[in-house]
Design a protein. Structure first.
Lengths: 119, 113
């Protein structure tokens, strides 16, 4: 149980275009979803936290107008990178949590990640 | 905010050896998770362990919350154990108590045949 999927797994786009990444919880309802970013050989950095039906909370330094997050349902959150530039190239990973899962309301389950390359 | 430090940053082992990875954190936590990131980037949940001891096969973990550290033990290591191991913590304090995780910098483990 507690499976999280992401789509696409990799994407190449041209500078100036927008890209949407989907994160789905497949076998549970996720009250909270998180979006992380990871550069090569570095750790994960939290970008934002989103709760179903409410606006995302962005971490300091993350441009909310550039990284649009929508959490429309308990099983789907999307991250849209708007007007992408080469410096946005990175590995984007989502996670989900739910108080109804065994373990803890705080335990997070991670998707497989999306590798974005902006040319 | 809460600080997370992992040690060692890199570790090279011969197959069959045992190892201990450490995670120190600077504040009280309501969540502590250990992950293994495989070569394709997928984070594999190893343990959810804000306190106490757990074991799963060749892996075990102990968190001493009062002293603010956690240990991950790998016994009889195999080449498939290679990869990056992350510790991530959720602070008990902070605005909104949203459950967000702060990651350490990771330990890169290489197990040689």
């Amino acid at each position: 149980g507690a499976v999280v999927s992401q789509h696409p797994s990799w994407v190449i786009c041209k500078s100036g275009t927008s890209v949407k990444i989907e994160c789905r919880s497949l076998d549970f309802q996720a009250t909270t979803m998180f979006w992380y970013r990871q550069f090569p050989k570095q750790s994960l950095m939290l970008m934002a936290t989103s709760n179903e039906g409410s606006k995302a909370t962005y971490e300091q330094g993350v441009e909310k107008d550039k990284f649009l997050i929508n959490h429309a349902s308990l099983t789907l959150s999307t991250l849209t990178v708007t007007s992408a530039h080469p410096e946005d190239s990175s590995f984007y990973i989502c996670s989900a949590s739910s108080p109804r899962l065994a373990g803890s309301m705080y335990e997070q389950y991670f998707g497989p990640g999306t590798r974005l390359t902006v040319t | 905010g809460i600080q997370v430090e992992q040690s060692p940053p890199d570790l090279i082992l011969q197959e069959g050896a045992n190892s201990t990875l450490r995670c120190n954190f600077s504040d009280s936590v309501n969540n502590l998770q250990w992950f293994h990131q495989n070569p394709w980037g997928q984070l594999i949940n190893l343990f959810y362990i804000p306190s106490g001891t757990k074991q799963n096969g060749r892996l075990s973990a102990t968190t001493v919350a009062t002293e603010r550290y956690s240990l991950l033990y790998i016994s009889s290591s195999q080449t498939t154990d290679s990869g990056v191991y992350f510790c991530a913590v959720g602070s008990r304090h902070g605005s909104g108590n949203t459950g967000k995780l702060i990651f350490g910098q990771g330990t890169t483990l290489q197990v040689k045949p």
